[in-house]
Write a protein that binds this ligand. Structure first.
Ligand SMILES: [Cu+2]
Length: 414
């Protein structure tokens, strides 16, 4: 008795095949539509990302041709040589062996394709890793769950000199100039990734790994830690702010300053006192406790908390998950409708410090007090952290009066 598939099985199989094909095609098309995706890898905004793109597109095209060719052949052959009513299921098919030209062909062709891809890959890698004597040196350190940036401005190989900069959460760079980043970590393995500017680079404790970045134009570029690093891994974002050259120079000049003088205003003066008694064991404000903290590192696994010297020059805080400046309406909200802008020229979406970015006056009306107060009231409620284990900022049980004082003081840190 010949074995036959029922009509039902055949129709069902055809439908499943069609659905899978359509879904797969939709997946590919969706991947190439960039609207609303701040972390797209397909819209390069700098030379390194462009080199990667120049490699990815042809490789993807070749892979696509191979995929369609092989799958097409599989479908065609399955259909052409399918079992029909005339076939005798007991019959043993004719055995064929040896087709030298074909065998050599399908051995050599893949080898040639892979060799071509390898050449392209090696050339791209060399290009991405080329040293640039003009580059600005920035050491990027990951820790649970935020990023620290140190700039070696005079190129002496030391990142902690008086003429160097330490900052957190946001990396500020001049547009059109190469930056040589070195990634490392203070606790577990993280991974630094700004898809608009380059690929990923793991941040591994004890290792210093190079990564070149450059933004073609001013704007803000989003990133996300891409190596699972514990509780708030998903809330460990990064933000690169590329500025026109003169604005960057002004930013540098301001970052080099400290805060020796008392702030003006009674509330802010009280806030400074509260800060010195409750916060100074962890956070540095240059001019106030930078010397002291060197001998008494913070009680944290990473041994460091974000530098707050120029807090108000940043648009975001706590791993770039909250806007420090009022939730200005983004002109390019992402597909979830939130404020993670997708357009690098949409600076407001990343919290806009305005004049404060380069040391000018903080416009208090635009400060996102709600988010800042909520953070001080109970940080682990805003962002999951394991503070009792020395990972993250603890709830310090501040009173509303202390919070008001602290906000008054913090908003003087331009
Ligand atoms: Cu991480």
């Amino acid at each position: 008795m010949p074995r036959r598939h029922s009509r039902f099985v055949r129709i069902f199989g055809t439908i499943v095949f069609a659905v899978v094909t359509v879904l797969f095609a939709a997946l590919i098309v969706n991947a190439f539509m960039n609207g609303g995706k701040p972390l797209t890898t397909l819209v390069p905004k700098g030379p390194s990302a462009q080199s990667i793109q120049n490699l990815v597109l042809p490789v993807f095209a070749i892979a696509g041709v191979v995929f369609v060719g092989v799958m097409g052949a599989v479908v065609f052959i399955s259909w052409k040589f399918r079992e029909t009513d005339e076939d005798d299921p007991e019959e043993f098919p004719e055995q064929v062996h040896g087709r030298t030209v074909l065998e050599i062909g399908w051995t050599i062709l893949p080898a040639l394709i892979l060799a071509g891809v390898a050449v392209g890959t090696v050339v791209t890698l060399l290009e991405l890793n080329k040293k640039d004597p003009e580059a600005i040196q920035v050491e990027v350190t990951g820790q649970q769950w935020w990023w620290q940036y140190k700039y070696d401005l005079n190129g002496d190989g030391n990142f902690d000199g008086a003429e160097d900069i330490t900052t957190a959460t946001e990396m500020v760079i001049p547009a059109g100039r190469p930056i040589e980043v070195t990634t490392t970590s203070n606790d577990v393995i993280h991974s630094f990734w700004i898809p608009g500017l380059n690929g990923k680079k793991d941040a591994v404790p004890g290792l210093h790994s190079p990564l070149k970045l450059e933004a073609d134009d001013p704007g803000v570029f989003r990133g996300q830690c891409t190596e699972y690093c514990g509780l708030s891994h998903a809330n460990m974002r990064m933000l690169v702010r590329a500025l026109p050259s003169e604005e960057y120079d002004a930013w540098v000049k301001n970052q080099l300053k400290g805060h020796e003088a008392q702030p003006s205003g009674e509330l802010a003066k009280e806030g400074r006192k509260t800060w010195e008694s409750l916060c100074a064991q962890c956070h540095v404000i240059k001019g106030i406790n930078d010397a002291k903290i060197k001998d008494n590192p913070p009680p944290l696994v990473s041994g460091v908390a974000p530098d707050l010297t120029h807090l108000m020059t940043r648009g975001t805080f706590a791993g770039s998950i909250f806007n420090l400046y009022a939730d200005v309406q983004s002109t390019s909200p992402n597909s979830n409708g939130d404020q993670l802008g997708t357009d690098p020229t949409d600076v407001a979406a990343a919290g806009n410090p305005g004049a404060a970015l380069t040391g000018g006056k903080v416009d208090e009306a635009t400060v996102n007090r709600t988010a800042l107060e909520a953070w001080l009231r109970n940080p682990p409620a805003q962002k999951p952290m394991y503070a009792q284990g020395g990972r993250g900022m603890p709830n310090l049980g501040l009173t509303e009066v202390q919070i008001d004082q602290l906000v008054a003081f913090l908003t003087t840190l331009n």
